[in-house]
Structure formats: C-alpha cells, structure tokens
Design a protein around this ligand. Structure first.
Ligand SMILES: Cc1cc2nc3c(=O)[nH]c(=O)nc-3n(C[C@H](O)[C@H](O)[C@H](O)COP(=O)(O)OP(=O)(O)OC[C@H]3O[C@@H](n4cnc5c(N)ncnc54)[C@H](O)[C@@H]3O)c2cc1C
Ligand code: SF4
Length: 308
C-alpha cells in the first residue's frame, strides 16, 4: 500500500500501524433525524455527501442502489441531487461493481464516491498508475468491511429463511429500522418478513467469496475518510465511526461538524479497533493469506503480511 498511500495522502503510516495512515478518529451521526434513521449506523456518509452537494462542492455522487428486476441485488448508481443521495442510504451486504460506474461519470464532473476497501484500492491504483480517470474525484469515502457476500446469500435467505419466492419480492433492505436494524423483505402482496441484522448475518456468512477471505484491509486504508459502525461502545448506538485520513477528508468532516449538520466527537483508537472486523482481517485473514501463499494460490499483494 506504500506507494498508493503516498499518492492518496502524501504520507505513510507509522510502523505497526494497522489502521493505516490517519489524522484523526471520530464518532458521529447526522443531526437530521430522518437521515440518521435511514442510514446504516449514524447516517454520517449520507449527510457528508448531501452537504457537499448542497454546498456546491460536487456535481455528482457514486453510491449504491438496487437492481430494478432483482431488487435484492446491488448496483452502482450515479446521483446528482441531495434527494438522490438520501434515497440510496444504507449498506447493501452484497456485491456491487462500484468502479465500473466511473465510466458513466461526465468528463470533469466533481464527484464524491462511496466504496469498499477493495474498490477504493482499485481507484487509488488507477490514480497512481495515471490511467486518465476523467471525473474529478473530490472525496473517496471508504466503508469498513469484514466481508461481502455473493448475491446467492440473499437469495438463500429470501427463499429458505423467509420462505418467499424470488419473483414475489418487491423490496429488500439490509439494515432497516432501529439500530442495528434488520434485513427486511417486502413481497408484492404487501406482506413483510424481517430478521435482526446480527442474526441475518449468520445466514449470509457461508456465502463469503474467496477474495474476501484473502483480504487484509478492513478500515478502507486508502480512503479520504473511512466510515463504519461503532460496535465497540454500547453507550453510542446509532453512531458512525469515522477515520479522517487525507487533509481534505478531515476538512470535510470538520466543516460538517462546524455547520452542525453532523454531531462529531473525538475517540481513541481502541474504540475503532475493538471491532470484530478488525480482528478477523488483521489476525484471521492474515493467517489465511500466509497459508494460501505457501500453497501458491492467488492472493492480492498486501505488504506486511509475510510468510514468516
Ligand atoms: C459489505 C459491507 C461490509 C461491511 N462491514 C463492516 C464491518 O465489518 N464493520 C463495520 O463497522 N462496518 C462495516 N460496514 C459499514 C457499515 O455497514 C456502514 O456502511 C457504515 O457504518 C456507514 O454507515 P452510515 O450510516 O454512516 O452510512 P449511510 O448513510 O447508511 O451510507 C452508506 C453509503 O454506502 C453506500 N453503500 C451501500 N452498500 C454498499 C456496497 N455494497 N458497496 C459500496 N457502497 C455501498 C450507500 O449507497 C450509501 O451511500 C460494511 C458495509 C458493507 C456494505
Ligand atoms: S472483504 Fe475485502 S475484498 Fe471483500 S468486499 Fe470487503 S474489501 Fe472487498
């Protein structure tokens, strides 16, 4: 990651710094109650992008929505209005080819985008390699990510857990309702099934793709701002956890804090890393990466994960 960190931040992490390079760590949430409730944790991502659009700092945002004909499958969506940003809040725990949509953005359009750690790494690779990206990426927001799941995972849940035929599905949400939210499946006849997210996640877990098992980046180490849940602090439910990495990322967070569109409070690093995803990636996946390398199996290059 060293060269890409240099491109993204003009800086590098300190030795042994498993969170990557960062300037400051925060807990926060949108002060707009509707955004906070529609969001995954505290609605911070949606509020930051909405603010940037309302302040004229960006022309477009690249977020994630659902496919029209398969409303449990995710897809990248380019939006040009704050209402469009808000309509696509909330995590979709299934794969979406975010970077493929970079080509749908206009030449010189100023863009904020949301992606998973692997997608932000792909973006930085393109930027570092001088691949001539046409839109101006003003802000790259990375989500924390323990794992993503194949679309077959959601299909299994709909069919086998909820007993609903796929062709009858009208709408799916992955983290709807009071924190931590539930997976919800609404049918065309108006009936509704749901399961709290922590329980639902157990049904998705067998559908982890191989790429996620050999992934070592949990906190989107190359994003301008990385955002996840704050599972470590039961006193701060429905808060997002934010890692400000680039100067621009920190400025955007602080200016939203000053404008009082978001609530922000500084936190210590242990509140970020005391998250199951951190241990999974930095301990469990690290061991698996060493194992697959020894057997010559394909694996992305993560400097620092050695076979020793
Ligand atoms: C697959 C996946 C795994 C995650 N794993 C963890 C974890 O292990 N630990 C943790 O603390 N947090 C994890 N998160 C992040 C967490 O679920 C929230 O997204 C994060 O807390 C931000 O919440 P928010 O309320 O601030 O964002 P919101 O305001 O809800 O905005 C979320 C933004 O992310 C976009 N988005 C939704 N799904 C995707 C997707 N699949 N790919 C790219 N962009 C998407 C939405 O369009 C929206 O713009 C994961 C998210 C995903 C999608
Ligand atoms: S676990 Fe890694 S490879 Fe899988 S979706 Fe998350 S960031 Fe991408």
């Amino acid at each position: 990651m060293g060269r890409m960190e240099q491109v993204a931040f003009n800086n590098k992490r300190g030795s042994g710094e498993e969170l990557g390079f960062f300037r400051s760590l925060w807990a926060g949430y949108s002060r707009d109650q509707a955004v906070r409730e529609a969001g995954t944790s505290g609605g911070l991502v949606t509020q930051l992008i909405t603010d940037m659009m309302e302040n004229g700092e960006i022309d477009a945002a690249l977020v994630t929505g659902f496919c029209e004909n398969h409303p449990w499958r995710a897809r990248p969506v380019v939006v040009h209005t704050p209402a469009g940003v808000r309509a696509h809040a909330q995590s979709k725990y299934t794969m979406s080819a975010q970077n493929a949509a970079l080509r749908d953005l206009g030449k010189k359009e100023r863009v904020a985008l949301v992606g998973l750690p692997c997608q932000i790494a792909g973006l930085r690779k393109a930027q570092a390699g001088g691949w001539g990206l046409e839109p101006d990426i003003v802000l790259a927001i990375g989500l924390f990510c323990l794992s993503n799941f194949l679309p077959e995972g959601t299909e299994y849940m709909i069919r086998e857990v909820f007993g609903v035929n796929l062709e009858d599905v009208e709408r799916v949400a992955y983290r709807e309702g009071e924190f931590p939210g539930s997976i919800v499946v609404e049918s065309k006849d108006g009936s509704r099934k749901s399961l709290p997210y922590p329980e639902a996640k157990q049904h998705l877990r067998p559908f982890r793709p191989y790429r996620c098992m050999v992934c070592y980046d949990w906190s989107s180490e190359l994003a301008d701002v990385s955002v996840g849940d704050l599972w470590s602090d039961p006193e701060r439910e429905a808060h997002s956890c934010a890692v400000a990495r680039s100067r621009r990322g920190e400025e955007i967070l602080l200016s939203a804090g000053s404008a009082e569109t978001i609530h922000l409070e500084r936190i210590q690093a242990h509140l970020v890393t005391d998250n199951p995803g951190f241990r999974y990636k930095k301990r469990g996946n690290a061991a698996f990466i060493r194992h697959v390398r020894q057997h010559g199996l394909p694996c992305p290059d993560y400097p620092g994960v050695t076979c020793s």
